[in-house]
Every structure is written in C-alpha cells, then in structure tokens.
Write a protein that binds this ligand. Structure first.
Ligand code: NDP
Length: 294
C-alpha cells in the first residue's frame, strides 16, 4: 500500500477571481471618469438550464462591477438568420463593447459561423478566428479565451512555476483544451505541452507524467489518483452534473477529477469554486479591455 503523498493545497479560483475584480474596479472607475461605461451584451438562445445559470452568473458579475449588461433571450426555435441579424446590430452599436453568444446554440444553428460574425474587437469570449489566430502566432494582444486564460491567471496568482515543466492538457476542444495548450507552451510560460484526447493510447499513463495536469474532458471524476504524478499541480476544468439521491435536488456538480487526487497532488482546484469563477472574471476583464481599447 502506498502512503498518501500530501494533502493538496486548494487552488482557490474564487479568491483569485475576487482579486481580479478588485483590479477591475479601479480600471472601470477610470473609464467612467472619461464618460465610458463598459457594456456587455449576452445573447442566449433556448432554455438549457445550465446555460441560464451561467448567463445569470455573468450578469451578476457585471452588476457587482458596474458594467452595463444587456441580456437578450430568444426561443430555441428561432432561426439562425434572426441570431445573425441581432449580432450584426450589436456589432454596429457604438455604445457596446462586448458580445457573448452563450454556447451551446440549438443544433440547427452553425455556432462557429455565428461566432465568425462577431466583430473581433467585441469578441470577449475570444473564440473568433482572428483572436484564436493571434494566439496561434504567439501574440497575446488579442482577446484570449476566458477559461484557459483564467487557468493561467490562477497558476500565476498561486506562484506556481511553469518554466520547463511538463504539462498535459486532457481535452482538445476549440474553447478549452486547444487554447489551453497554446497558452501553456507560450514564450514566458514555457511548459513542454502534451495534449491527450479520446484517441490517445493510455491517457492515464500520459497524464501520470505531468507536473501540471489540466483536465478538460467533460467526464465526471475520470481522473483518479493513479492518473496523477505525486506532487503535481492539477486543475479541474470539468463541470458535470451527476445523479445524487442524497441531495434534495437529486444531483450534484462534479469535476473531471476524483477527490482521491487531493491525497497525491500538491495543488488541486475545486469544483465549484475553481476554474468557474476565473472564467467569469476573465470575461469581465476582456469586456473592460474592449472598452479601454475603444
Ligand atoms: P468538449 O466535449 O468539447 O471536449 C472534450 C475533450 O475531451 C475532447 O477533446 C475529447 O476528445 C476529450 N475526451 C473525451 N473523452 C475522452 C477520454 N475518455 N480520454 C481522453 N480524452 C477524452 O468539452 P469542453 O472542452 O467544452 O469542456 C470540457 C469540460 O470543461 C466540460 O465538463 C465542460 O462543462 C467544462 N467547462 C468548464 C468551464 C468553466 O468555466 N469551468 C468552461 C468551459 C467548459 P476528442 O477531441 O477526441 O473528442
């Protein structure tokens, strides 16, 4: 039997997000003195309950910071053309600095095509090809995608050394895994990065060699202690609903990382309270930046 290595320190996204908001307060007040109120439009189509919860959290963050938010809701049977027309109007609105189209859109819509339509300077999600393209070029001056940039901010805030470390990103999605890998491998961060995905042979073995492991796979508690190198930094991006009859509501939130990892890792981000609040904080920062650039 192997003795537990340690109890992981909590990589506290909630506390880190609060420090980001603190900085933003000062920047927003400078903007307001110049007569500019940062303004974010959030468009949601359909009635996916989780998406409505996410949008609610984003609108609340705007209220806390004094960012104006415009919340647009469309029914799930809306046409793609209606969404296009709204995005075009929002692009043309001079008083608006950021546009967010909440994912997922209904299946009959071309989500990537609609993202392409958002003006890159208002693309506060950082998913437009121009912004992702800059990231591929190693340029950090575009809008960076909120979840991966939130992870990077949290690592820096906790004083975690990245240079020369071996990082594994589990997942290669357009919005999390791929940009995460680019940020970890960027000059100045300097990790040696491996990306694992559903076709990777023995993901467990690949992950177990990582100094820094980012789990963004969308499978509840898949990463157990035997996937983790002793003393690793483990960031849990996953948000999964799992049935739980002991809860009144009948379910609980779970990350992609199992609780057994806490006895082996040096650092572990919780779910909830880890990457989620950081994603929102980075969205707020992108909105403020968009207003400053204008
Ligand atoms: P996607 O479903 O788009 O991507 C999942 C990735 O995991 C894919 O690249 C897939 O590989 C890979 N994968 C699936 N199964 C396996 C497996 N058995 N072994 C190895 N790799 C596998 O998810 P997202 O990237 O959008 O999100 C990931 C998680 O993060 C979700 O739980 C989501 O809810 C959460 N999330 C959390 C956010 C936050 O703010 N905290 C924000 C955004 C997402 P392949 O490419 O081969 O299919």
């Amino acid at each position: 039997m192997t003795a537990p290595y340690m109890v992981a320190q909590r990589l506290d996204g909630k506390a880190c997000a609060a420090s980001v908001e603190e900085e933003l307060h000062a920047r927003i007040s400078t903007l307001k003195q110049a007569g500019i109120i940062p303004h974010l439009a959030v468009l949601i189509v359909g009635n996916d309950p989780a998406s409505h919860v996410y949008v609610g959290s984003k609108v609340k963050a705007c209220e806390r910071l004094g960012i104006k938010s415009t919340h647009i809701e469309l029914p799930s049977d809306s046409s793609e053309n209606e969404v296009r027309e709204i995005i075009n109007k929002l692009n043309a609105d001079e008083s608006l600095h950021g546009i967010l189209v909440q994912s997922p859109l209904p299946k009959h819509m071309d989500e990537e095509g609609l993202t392409d339509l958002i003006s890159p300077s208002k693309d506060v999600d950082g998913f437009h090809p121009e912004n992702l393209g800059r990231l591929v070029q190693g340029r950090m001056d575009g809008m960076l995608p909120c979840t991966p940039s939130g992870v990077m901010r949290m690592l820096k805030w906790a004083g975690i050394e990245t240079s020369g470390k071996s990082a594994v990103v589990l997942g290669r999605s357009r919005i999390v895994g791929n940009p995460m890998a680019l940020l970890l491998g960027a000059k100045g961060v300097d990790c040696t990065v491996t990306v694992a995905h559903s076709r990777t042979v023995d993901s467990r073995d690949v992950c177990s060699k990582a100094d820094i492991l980012i789990a963004a796979v969308g499978r509840a508690e898949m990463v157990t202690a035997d996937w983790v190198k002793p003393g690793a930094v483990v960031v849990d991006v996953g948000i999964n609903r799992v049935d739980d009859s002991t809860r009144d509501r009948g379910w609980r939130l779970a990350g992609d990382v199992d609780s057994s990892v806490a006895d082996k890792a040096a650092w572990l981000s919780p779910v909830p309270g880890g990457v989620g609040p950081m994603t929102i904080a980075m969205l707020m920062e992108n909105t403020v930046r968009a207003a400053e650039m204008k």
